[in-house]
Design a protein around this ligand. Structure first.
Ligand code: MN
Length: 328
């Protein structure tokens, strides 16, 4: 095989043909971005940047992939003459890559892909077609709760609203700092939605209390959870070239802490994640590198919780204790 024609892989790893434990999906979707353009190139740029990310993560006893199998799936083909057809295509693409039960991490692309992605996630065995049990954790500068933007209900500015329309049970938003009156009223009216404003968690005086409240809420999540990270939730210092940068955003370590808290407290109930609105810039690689580091943290955190379960199962086998018959 010619090494030169192999497509780039996540973390630059040589991938095997074994059943994957984690699939890296690439969704170069961009149709409704209202300001900065270029998120369609985000997934490939993030995969390329990931080759520069360290394979060491303190959560794991060995370097990534720590004995597990990662698979960088062929990107979504972008086909479809209309927006609706494209979104249906994304649902199919995600569905077909979830069949083997691997943990999905989707790279985007604009946030408007979220409802299409969740439509596929609904078929997960934990959900059986019903998203009511799902908690959606959203890192974002924008609430994305508009009923429509410029007459378009599928806009990235409506992604969370459409997710609620699909019937998700709960929406926890963090980092929000650009909302319109309609969204503020919606947050107050829909009991499924809880929103932490960036200003509150970043406050010099009271930020610590608000941040702890966020982490406590994550620890108390009951049932399946999906994490959607719009990279503009971070401060523009970390993602200078995202579609719609807003000052006053989250610190990198706050997003890392969010990921680790979900991994620790949700375990196998953590169904997957997406990282989106990544806009690469040939003169400044910070945005895609930030995305690649967060993507790596998602994978490492998921594998750490998986490893804990696998070790437990292996120990039960070696001590001859069949599962379910342990001494109490
Ligand atoms: Mn968003």
């Amino acid at each position: 095989m010619n090494e030169g024609v192999r497509p780039p892989t996540f973390l630059g790893l040589t991938e095997s043909d074994r059943e994957p434990d984690v699939v890296i999906l690439q969704i170069p979707y961009e149709l409704t971005s209202s300001y900065g353009q270029g998120s369609e190139h985000g997934p490939a740029a993030t995969v390329a940047a990931s080759a520069q990310v360290e394979l060491y993560d303190p959560l794991l006893p060995e370097d990534l992939p720590c004995g597990y199998t990662l698979k960088t799936v062929v990107p979504w083909d972008g086909e479809g003459d209309t927006l609706k057809q494209q979104l249906a295509g994304i649902t199919k693409y995600v569905e077909s890559n979830l069949e083997d039960g691997a943990f999905p991490l989707a790279l985007g692309g604009e946030h408007g892909m979220l409802p299409a992605l969740l439509s596929a996630v609904a078929k997960h065995p934990e959900l059986k077609g019903d998203l009511a049990a799902l908690t959606l954790v959203q890192i974002d500068a924008h609430a994305d709760l508009r009923s429509e933007l410029d007459g378009d209900a599928d806009s990235h500015a409506c992604a969370a609203r459409r997710a609620l329309d699909l019937g998700i049970g709960r929406l926890l938003q963090m980092g929000i700092r650009a909302i319109c009156r309609e969204e503020a009223e919606y947050i107050a009216a829909d009991a499924r939605v809880t929103t932490w404003m960036a200003r509150d968690v970043m406050s010099i005086c009271d930020g610590e209390e608000a941040w702890k409240n966020w982490l406590d809420t994550l620890r108390q999540i009951d049932g399946p959870v999906w994490l959607t990270i719009d990279v503009d939730g971070l401060d523009p210092a970390y993602v200078p070239t995202t579609g719609t940068p807003v000052p006053g955003g989250l610190a990198f370590w706050q997003v890392v802490e969010t990921i680790e808290t979900i991994g620790e407290s949700c375990g196998h109930n953590w169904l997957g994640a997406d990282i989106n609105e990544i806009v690469p810039d040939e003169n400044n690689q910070v945005s895609e590198f930030t995305a690649a580091m967060l993507a790596t943290k998602v994978v490492a955190t998921h594998l750490a919780s998986r490893l804990a379960v696998d070790v437990e199962v292996a120990e039960a086998k070696t001590t001859g204790v069949a599962s379910g018959t342990e001494d109490r």
